[in-house]
Design a protein around this ligand. Structure first.
Ligand SMILES: [Zn+2]
Length: 504
């Protein structure tokens, strides 16, 4: 802004001059100084007295500045010596109940930008609930696009529809819901994109963005927060096990059309391995293929040989072709870390990799692997991937909420041998996101005992992410001429086909 605005540029010395008081984080000007501080920097927040403080994107601030506690509190403490101090908080709202800007808004005058209804003369702020629209849907491959054909605002007082063009020309003013807060010296204001002066956020565009996001809770949250200016209510797990059990499908083959890549997630226990094989298609749509358990200790070679049976298996695709597992992630946490490293190293050619789950908000779902030594050896090393399990759980739960087949939808098969029974869904929904202080954390729901199911799925989904596949290319391999029936060929001793993934 300083660079592009002449009046400002004249007040702040050029960066090139020495001792100009102009650095990236500090800008001196006649009569004052601007200091920019990150919300996670306790020393920065505690260093200088400040008359004015301005907190941008408050809902995305660190919960604590290092170990020093609430960063906004630390910043406000800088104002103690000013009788005429002023502080401003600004933010896109985020999650209901965990939003700093929400609490701050309700402490203030709660002013909303209200427009005059041209029909009845009532004043209202334009909210999404009162926007009425009609639209058409076009389906291209698995992706739906929406086109809004008509849109208007229905006045809550008289019900008459007015167009965007009309409403933009109507008089508007701030109206407070809580005028008492004037006495406390706190004013608060709320706006959404419907009153944005920028042409790029027309009502039509907002409604189309909403429609496009409707089936994807993660994107929908962004639309709620950034365009509608509304808090997102995350209910942890909307689905219950019975609903998911009832929506299982009869697959026409072992791997149905739509799924073109298989991955496997393995959870390691002292007495067994649990695994899930998942099929992946376009735009995050998944098909549960098989959930199973291998009884045996992880220090016994037989246990891993039985896992080989799962990983080397040739799966039959609906197209008549076959496919094998592209990558498997094996949990190395627990009492058998070294055994897992050894087993994975021996299977690295098959893309069987050890992983270490890492909890915590903000840990990325997948990151590039590192090498770890096996048994204090300096030479023998094994690849280890670090998995942000919380990010994974959030994305799995979001996908489970998708109601219609298409992007992100999770298909589950019927059939006892597949392993998708009521205990599977009980395990899948065994954890929910709860608010602890002002941080979200995953917690086991009482009554649900196992969460291995969720872990296996988490690892299998992470394994798919590291593959970074070109799904169109994979799809083409299955859409060609189906292979001749193979039933006359001897099935035993057939080497697993790897050709589909040779380019990896
Ligand atoms: Zn009206």
């Amino acid at each position: 802004m300083i660079r592009d605005s002449k009046p400002l540029r004249e007040k702040v010395a050029d960066v090139k001059t020495r001792d100009s008081g102009n650095t990236i984080l500090q800008k001196a000007f006649p009569g004052g100084m601007l200091t920019i501080v990150g919300s996670n920097s306790a020393s920065g927040l505690a260093s200088t007295p400040a008359r004015y403080i301005f907190g941008d994107e408050r809902d995305r601030w660190a919960a604590s500045a290092g170990t020093e506690g609430d960063p906004w509190g630390l910043a406000e403490a800088r104002q103690a010596s000013f009788y005429n101090a002023k502080s401003v908080e600004v933010s896109t709202p985020t999650i209901k109940g965990a939003s700093s800007i929400e609490s701050a808004f309700y402490k203030g005058t709660q002013e909303r930008w209200c427009h005059l209804c041209p029909e009845c003369g009532a004043w209202h702020n334009i909210v999404f609930d009162d926007i009425k629209f009609e639209h058409t849907v076009r389906k291209h491959r698995n992706r739906k696009t929406h086109k809004v054909t008509f849109i208007g605002w229905a006045c809550p007082s008289c019900g008459v529809l007015s167009s965007e063009e009309t409403m933009r020309r109507q008089p508007a003013k701030w109206i407070p819901d809580n005028p008492e807060a004037y006495n406390d010296g706190i004013r608060s204001f709320w706006l959404n994109a419907f009153v944005s002066p920028w042409a790029s956020v027309s009502w039509t565009r907002i409604a189309e963005k909403f429609l496009d996001a409707r089936d994807d809770p993660e994107v929908l949250q962004t639309v709620y927060n950034t365009l509608l200016g509304q808090l997102w209510e995350d209910r942890g797990n909307i689905e219950d096990g019975d609903t998911l059990l009832a929506r299982r499908e009869e697959y026409p083959s072992e791997v149905p059309d739509g799924a073109y890549v298989l991955t496997c997630g393995v959870d390691t226990h002292d007495d067994r391995l649990e695994y899930e094989v998942i099929g992946h298609g376009h735009y995050g749509e998944t098909w549960g293929i098989r959930k199973g358990m291998i009884i045996g200790k992880p220090d016994s070679p037989q246990t891993w040989e039985r896992l080989d049976d799962v990983i080397d298996r040739v799966y039959k695709h609906q197209s008549g072709k076959t496919l094998t597992i592209s990558a498997a992630f094996v949990d190395s946490g627990g009492h058998y870390t070294q055994e897992v490293y050894e087993a994975c190293k021996a299977r690295a050619q098959k893309r069987v990799f050890a992983i270490k789950g890492k909890g915590g908000d903000g840990v990325p779902y997948t990151s590039p692997p590192g090498k770890v030594p096996i048994r204090e050896s300096k030479k023998v090393k094994c690849w280890l991937y670090s998995i942000g399990v919380d990010a994974g759980k959030a994305s799995i739960m979001a996908a489970l909420k998708v109601q219609e087949p298409g992007p992100k939808y999770c298909h589950f098969p019927r059939g006892e041998e597949r392993g998708y029974d009521s205990s599977f869904f009980d395990g899948l929904l065994s954890e929910k996101l709860v608010l602890k202080g002002n941080r979200w954390a995953w917690e086991k729901i009482s009554g649900h005992t196992r969460n291995e199911v969720l872990d296996c799925r988490n690892y299998a989904m992470a394994a798919f992410r590291i593959l970074d596949v070109d799904m169109d290319a994979y799809e083409r391999r299955f859409k060609g001429q189906p292979k001749q029936p193979v039933h006359r060929q001897p099935q035993v001793q057939r080497k697993p086909r790897r050709d589909v993934f040779d380019d990896w």
